[in-house]
Design a protein around this ligand. Structure first.
Ligand SMILES: Nc1ncnc2c1ncn2[C@@H]1O[C@H](COP(=O)(O)OP(=O)(O)OP(=O)(O)O)[C@@H](O)[C@H]1O
Ligand SMILES: [Mg+2]
Length: 282
């Protein structure tokens, strides 16, 4: 197809909100329809959680979501969804990891948003190589992107990365997607979502978040005061915990990890640990 550039209408469809205002800003004003996201992160960083949270938000806006998981069974996904209060009727789960069959499901279900958890699990009958190989991953993503662009759907693809960055298979995918986001776990347990590439917005931006039982929440630095570092022994920790200090603060700031450490086991006798935390501003 060839078209004269100045005859093409400049109509840009309204951007789709993620349901989280600060995340929309981070992405340059929401999500452009027909775009493909690669959502990379280290194991346990919260990729599946955040994408299930967004699935719930899209479904609540009336956008049908097909969440494809090759890594966890339906019961495991349901358990996480319960934790995140994701129960909108417009979220559909699929365990279809054969590309050709997944395409058939997309055609029959007609979802607006597709989440692939993870791209390393998808395989196509066209290739002989194993799931997770560079050739399978590249081929499946290229085919998926071509399809969603033609059909104006939104695609989120999760990819496992290592602490040092994108792994080989993913490195070769970054030029294909419109947006590349990278979820990292900071030393204090908080999460940072980095925008490495964005065809529709600024890059180099960060979205700060922390993990709670009900999912990733924005971590507005402005609401937190100075960092306090002190050495405490078991007795002092017990006092702080018995006052509910760590628990209540975990919901607000970056203390989730400290709290998990404490309930996970007691300190050896007379041992001291150094804790750093931020007091919420009063
Ligand atoms: N009840 C809970 N309360 C607080 N945080 C929790 C709870 N359950 C799980 N988490 C957090 O969620 C993280 C796992 O989230 P999730 O499964 O979304 O990560 P992921 O990046 O998809 O991991 P994977 O690479 O294994 O697929 C855990 O590392 C933990 O920090
Ligand atoms: Mg996951």
């Amino acid at each position: 197809m060839i078209k004269q550039l100045n005859k093409i209408s400049a109509f840009m469809p309204p951007r789709v909100s993620t349901g989280i205002a600060s995340l929309d800003d981070f992405l340059g004003g929401g999500i452009v329809e027909g775009s493909a996201f690669l959502f990379a992160g280290v194991p346990g960083s919260g990729k599946s959680s955040l994408l299930m949270q967004l699935s719930e938000n899209f479904a609540e806006q009336g956008r049908k979501v097909l969440y494809v998981s090759g890594e966890e069974n339906f019961n495991q996904i349901k358990a996480r969804a319960n934790r995140l209060s994701a129960n909108a009727p417009d979220i559909y789960l699929s365990d279809e990891i054969k590309l050709e069959e997944l395409f058939a499901s997309i055609d029959s279900e007609n979802p607006k948003v597709i989440v692939i958890d993870s791209i390393q699990m998808l395989t196509s009958n066209t290739l002989k190589s194993m799931a997770g190989s560079v050739s399978q991953t590249r081929y499946c993503l290229l085919e998926l992107i071509a399809k969603i662009k033609k059909e104006n759907r939104i695609l989120f693809v999760i990819g496992h990365a290592t602490k040092s960055g994108l792994i080989a298979g993913l490195l070769t995918l970054q030029h294909m997607v419109d947006v590349l986001l990278y979820l990292i776990v900071n030393e204090d347990g908080t999460r940072t979502l980095l925008s490495k590439k964005n065809r529709f917005g600024e890059t180099g931006k960060e979205w700060q978040a922390y993990m709670t039982p009900s999912g990733l929440k924005e971590n507005p630095e402005s609401e937190l005061g100075e960092v306090i570092t002190k050495e405490v022994n078991q007795e002092q920790l017990d006092i702080l915990c018995s006052k509910g200090f760590f628990f209540s603060s975990a919901v607000k700031g970056n203390l989730g990890l400290i709290y998990e450490k404490i309930i996970g086991g007691r300190l050896p006798q007379d041992a001291k640990i150094t804790i750093s935390y931020k007091f919420p501003k009063l």
